[in-house]
Design a protein around this ligand. Structure first.
Ligand SMILES: [Zn+2]
Ligand SMILES: [Zn+2]
Length: 622
């Protein structure tokens, strides 16, 4: 049984349980999401708070343990309205209107039927829907009657699918999580509703794993660690969604960029750079102005009186860099790399920490090649992705989504032949590289097929990170070409590729993935030297300078605090190595090393220690 079906069925059970406990409540909608499900309610004058969750959860468990069937009925719009009037569920009436006018978000095409599901108890009799409704009093769902027909428990308008019977659900597989606010149909002008969130999985064991993961994630929260370790700053004056990098974050980011460049430069990528704003005409040519306008920031030049846009993507700029060359087939593929910041006008309500930002730095790159070169190029990128995520200890349990075209071929841009070649190239590259891939139809963008890489972090959360996308659209729009063997102009295909995706989001992943200590090569605080008494300051200082000269990020604590406090402070800032200096160390030219991660303590000669950690940095070991 599909987990989404279970979650969705539980959403109805939640509504049923809420109605049992709060008979005057009006029910809205209740979809399932990636980890959970929710239902929106209008409690009217009645107050519903976190402490009512237990009560509802208890009723849900009771319902799930009972024998209760989900039975489907289809009626036309007028009948639907009559049923809803009897139910006094006016939100549903609005939905019927929306579905009829084709204005409901999930309705692909206008259907002439409305589906109701009723939940009936044991011993129900086969009857037309109207008969059930006639016999039952909607205001008292809690009543259980001996009468076999009077066994209607709950009715809701929904297209399904659901489980057949509540017996397929596990009463211990879900947990009500919290209460939130939400506007009816997500529109701020509409009524505010009470949303109840719940987690649900196949069984208790799965639920427990998830709850434990959440608890772990809370401890690792990047907003808290980011503050504690002074990694980034959110300034009210600068604005929401525009985090500022503190020196410690900049160290990590620079190391990430250096590593990425190292991986790209050796396989033929070249660095390019593009300004942060451009004329509207660029985005008209690329098509962004048509599709993307509401996410873009416009900029007005007071002197030039010209309007510009902050770039929402780097692709159009790179197209222009390519276009200014007269490439021949011998030059192909051409590969550009540019970690660059793009700007998107996200709603300010959704901006918090690094989860959603308005300035997004992509480790972006575009390569231009012939259709028959796609496979080899994808292999090169895949190698980079594997090495990169392998270094970060994230390749243990990953998978790749191969998004391909669906039957409705007119929706897509590019010739059938090229699509087939591109899809085949991506699939063959996936096979040859032993990628654990799944073919997913529908998911391809209109301009080409793609590979998306899903990696898991240290606590098992899945993140969509790297991506490789073929594009037939932009080369067309920018009229790009190169000269082929027959001296004709041939259109290249563009491959968009990103390894980390957004570096801001990637920082969020890294902070929570490495929570307690960053690997040496990226750690902003590699070594701190701690003299026990001021009389050892000179030696401590010379040790620090020596380490700094070897490009090691070292600092020293020359405060007059006691040793324990100095060590505690050093640990609080997650310094990878703490070097304690006593008289013995001064006399022997040694250092007492405390490894923050392993808690090991050793005494080493300074040179020996230096060589060891330089090796650790160089090999990017964990
Ligand atoms: Zn449903
Ligand atoms: Zn791109």
């Amino acid at each position: 049984m599909n987990l989404s079906t279970k979650r969705h069925s539980l959403a109805h059970i939640m509504a049923q349980a809420v109605k049992q406990n709060f008979p005057t409540v009006k029910i809205a909608t209740g979809p399932d999401t990636e980890d959970w499900f929710y239902y929106d309610f209008d409690f009217g004058e009645v107050e519903f708070s976190d402490k009512d969750l237990k009560k509802v959860e208890k009723s849900m468990k009771k319902i799930v343990s009972q024998w209760q069937e989900f039975k489907k009925f289809e009626v036309n719009f007028d009948e639907a309205r009559k049923i809803i009037d009897e139910m006094w569920e006016w939100f549903k009436n609005e939905l019927v209107d929306k579905i009829e006018s084709g204005d409901f978000k999930n309705t692909e095409k206008l259907s002439d039927k409305i589906t109701f599901y009723i939940n009936i108890g044991k011993g129900w009799k086969e009857l037309p829907l109207q008969e059930y409704l006639k016999i039952n009093n909607f205001e008292d769902f809690s009543e259980m009657d001996g009468n076999q027909v009077k066994n209607l428990k709950f009715i809701d308008m929904c297209t399904g699918p659901h489980v057949k019977n509540t017996l397929e659900l596990d009463a211990n597989s879900f947990k009500l999580a919290r209460v939130a606010w939400a506007y009816w149909l997500g529109n701020a002008e509409n009524k505010q509703l009470t949303r109840i969130y719940a987690y649900a999985f196949n069984d208790k064991a799965e639920l427990d794993v998830h709850l434990k993961m959440l608890e772990e994630a809370k401890k690792r929260d990047h907003r808290i660690l980011g503050q504690k370790l002074k990694l980034f700053t959110i300034s009210e004056l600068v604005g929401p969604g525009l985090p500022l990098m503190q020196p410690a974050w900049m160290v990590i980011r620079q190391e990430i960029e250096n590593y990425l460049w190292e991986l790209h430069s050796k396989v033929g990528y070249e660095r390019v750079w593009s300004p942060h704003l451009a004329k509207e005409s660029l985005y008209e040519t690329s098509g962004h102005a048509g599709h993307y306008l509401e996410d873009m920031f416009s900029v007005f030049g007071w002197t030039s009186k010209e309007k510009f846009f902050l770039k929402p993507m780097n692709c159009p700029h790179h197209m222009q860099i390519f276009a200014d060359n007269q490439f021949s087939y011998r030059d192909m593929p051409v590969r550009y790399f540019e970690p660059a910041t793009v700007y998107r006008d996200e709603k300010s309500g959704q901006l918090s920490g690094l989860t959603r930002v308005r300035a997004i730095t992509q480790d972006d790159g575009h390569l231009f090649c012939r259709v028959n070169q796609i496979k080899d190029e994808v292999k090169v990128i895949t190698d980079i992705i594997k090495e990169y995520y392998g270094t970060l200890w994230m390749t243990k349990d990953y998978w790749v989504s191969l998004s391909v075209r669906w039957d409705d071929k007119e929706k897509y841009l590019g010739t059938d032949e090229n699509w087939e070649k591109a899809e085949e190239a991506l699939e063959n590259a996936s096979k040859e590289n032993n990628l654990p891939y799944k073919r997913i139809e529908w998911e391809a963008a209109f301009y080409g097929p793609k590979l998306d890489f899903m990696f898991k972090d240290a606590i098992g959360r899945e993140w969509q990170l790297a991506t490789i996308q073929c594009d037939f659209n932009l080369p067309e729009r920018f009229n790009l070409s190169f000269t082929n063997e027959n001296n004709e102009q041939e259109r290249p295909v563009v491959i968009h590729r990103a390894i980390s995706g957004s570096l801001e989001r990637w920082m969020w992943v890294l902070i929570e993935h490495f929570a307690w200590v960053f690997p040496m090569w990226m750690a902003p605080r590699q070594v701190i030297v701690v003299p026990v008494l001021p009389m050892f300051d000179d030696y401590a200082h010379s040790v620090m300078k020596d380490l700094k000269n070897a490009w090691i990020r070292a600092n020293w604590d020359f405060s007059t605090d006691w040793l324990n406090k100095k060590v505690r402070n050093a640990e609080k800032m997650h310094n990878n190595y703490i070097l304690v200096i006593w008289e013995q160390e001064v006399n022997d030219w040694t250092v007492s090393v405390r490894n923050y991660k392993t808690k090991e303590q050793t005494v080493e000669e300074l040179e020996e220690f230096k060589t060891r950690i330089l090796e650790e940095v160089k090999t990017r070991s964990l």
